[in-house]
Design a protein around this ligand. Sequence first.
Ligand SMILES: *[C@@H]1O[C@H](CO)[C@@H](O)[C@H](O)[C@H]1NC(C)=O
Ligand SMILES: *[C@@H]1O[C@H](CO)[C@@H](O)[C@H](O)[C@H]1NC(C)=O
Ligand SMILES: *[C@@H]1O[C@H](CO)[C@@H](O)[C@H](O)[C@H]1NC(C)=O
Ligand SMILES: *[C@@H]1O[C@H](CO)[C@@H](O)[C@H](O)[C@H]1NC(C)=O
Ligand SMILES: *[C@@H]1O[C@H](CO)[C@@H](O)[C@H](O)[C@H]1NC(C)=O
Ligand SMILES: *[C@@H]1O[C@H](CO)[C@@H](O)[C@H](O)[C@H]1NC(C)=O
Ligand SMILES: *[C@@H]1O[C@H](CO)[C@@H](O)[C@H](O)[C@H]1NC(C)=O
Length: 333
Amino acid sequence: MGCCRRALRHALAGLLLALLSPGSSAADFGHLPDNITVLEGESVVLRCKIDEEVTHKAWLNRSNILFTGRDKWSLDKRVSLINSNTSHFSIQIDQVQVADEGPYTCTFQANNKPRIAHVYLIVQVPARIVNISRDVSVNEGDNVNLFCLAVGRPEPTVTWKDQKYGLVSEGEFLDITEIRRQQGEDFECITNNGVAPPDTRKVKVTVNYAPSITDVKNMPAQLGKMAVLRCEAMAVPTAAFEWYRDERRPVEGDSTLRIKNEKTRSLLLFNNVTEKHFGNYTCLAYNRLGASNASMLLFRPGAVYGRGTGHHVGVFSAGVAVMISFSVSLLSM
Ligand SMILES: *[C@@H]1O[C@H](CO)[C@@H](O)[C@H](O)[C@H]1NC(C)=O
Ligand SMILES: *[C@@H]1O[C@H](CO)[C@@H](O)[C@H](O)[C@H]1NC(C)=O
Ligand SMILES: *[C@@H]1O[C@H](CO)[C@@H](O)[C@H](O)[C@H]1NC(C)=O
Ligand SMILES: *[C@@H]1O[C@H](CO)[C@@H](O)[C@H](O)[C@H]1NC(C)=O
Ligand SMILES: *[C@@H]1O[C@H](CO)[C@@H](O)[C@H](O)[C@H]1NC(C)=O
Ligand SMILES: *[C@@H]1O[C@H](CO)[C@@H](O)[C@H](O)[C@H]1NC(C)=O
Ligand SMILES: *[C@@H]1O[C@H](CO)[C@@H](O)[C@H](O)[C@H]1NC(C)=O
C-alpha cells in the first residue's frame, strides 16, 4: 500500500515538474496576482481559483510539492490547506520567514489540459537599527566616526540627522573631522524602507573644551552695601572657579566675602563693602582641558570705567578709580 502511494507521488511529481519546466505548453492561469507581499512573522493565504472538473491539483514552492489535492507533502508545520473544493484550492503559510520568499505555483488539470498559475511571495521586514555607536565624549579638534547599522527588506535607507542644525547625511557612517564645540549635540540615525514607521536612535556627542571666560565687568560698589563680581565661563566639562586678589593671593573667605559657584559662572559676593575690598580681582576658570582667567575691578561709584575682557586686560588702575570716585564724591557733597 505504502509503496504504491509513494510510486504514485513520484509519478505525479514527474508530471508537475514537467508542467513547470521551461517550454511547457501550459498556459498561465490569470486568477492570481503576480506578487503577494507579506510581513515577516505574519500569515499569508495563497488562493487558487480553479475550474470545475479538475482531476489533479497541486501547490508547489519552487519545485517542491506542498500539497497535491488534500495530500500534504510538505513536512513544514507552518503550511496548511485551508480550502479545497471544486472552485477553490488555497493554502496558508504561518509565521512567514524570509526564506519563504519566492515563486509559488498552483497547478491543476481540467478537461485534460494542464493549467498553471504563478504567484511570487515577497516577504518584507521593517527597517530596524541593529547596531549603533555608543555615546561619545571627545576633545575639540578630534575626529568622530559614527556608525548605524540597519536591516530590513527591502534594503532600508540610513540617514544621519544632526538635531541642532537639521543637517542630513546619507549612509550608515557619519564622519566628522576636527569637531568643533558647536557640534557637540545629539545625532539621530533614521532608517526607513517604507514597510513600517522609520526606526530612529540617537547618539550623544560630547565635545570637551577648555574654559573661555565670556563675560566680565568692572563693578561699582558703595561702602557698607552689598556688591557682586561675576565671572561667566563656557566649558565642557563645566569649569571649576577660583578667585584671586591682585594677581596671586586667593581671596580669603571671611564673613563679608563669599564665593557662590553656579553651573556656568561664579559669583564673588561682598556682604558689606569696606575700603579694603576695592581693588583688582582675578577669576580663574579651569577644567581638565585647561584654564582661563580674567581680571576685573571692584571700584567706587561715579568713576568712568571700562569693560574687562580676556585675561589680564586691565582697563585702568584701581588707584585711578579711587581718585576719580573721590573727586566725584567731593563734587556731590
Ligand atoms: C512583482 O515583483 C517584482 C520584483 O519585486 C517586480 O519587478 C514586479 O513589477 C512585480 N509585479 C507586480 C505585478 O507588481
Ligand atoms: C469553496 O469554498 C469557498 C470558500 O470557503 C466558498 O466560497 C465556495 O463557495 C466553495 N465552493 C463550492 C463549490 O463549494
Ligand atoms: C520554500 O522553499 C524554500 C527553499 O527551499 C524553503 O527555504 C522554505 O522554507 C519553503 N517555504 C515553504 C512555506 O515551504
Ligand atoms: C556593534 O558594533 C560594535 C563595533 O563594530 C561591536 O563591537 C559590537 O559587538 C556590535 N554589537 C552587536 C550587538 O552586534
Ligand atoms: C558694615 O561694616 C561696618 C564696619 O565694619 C559696620 O559698621 C556696619 O554696621 C556694617 N553694615 C552692615 C549692613 O552689616
Ligand atoms: C592668567 O593667565 C595668564 C596668561 O595665561 C597667566 O600668565 C597667569 O598666571 C594667569 N593668572 C592666574 C591667577 O592664574
Ligand atoms: C588687574 O590684575 C591683572 C592681573 O594681575 C592685571 O593684568 C591687570 O592689569 C590689573 N588691572 C588693573 C586695572 O590694574
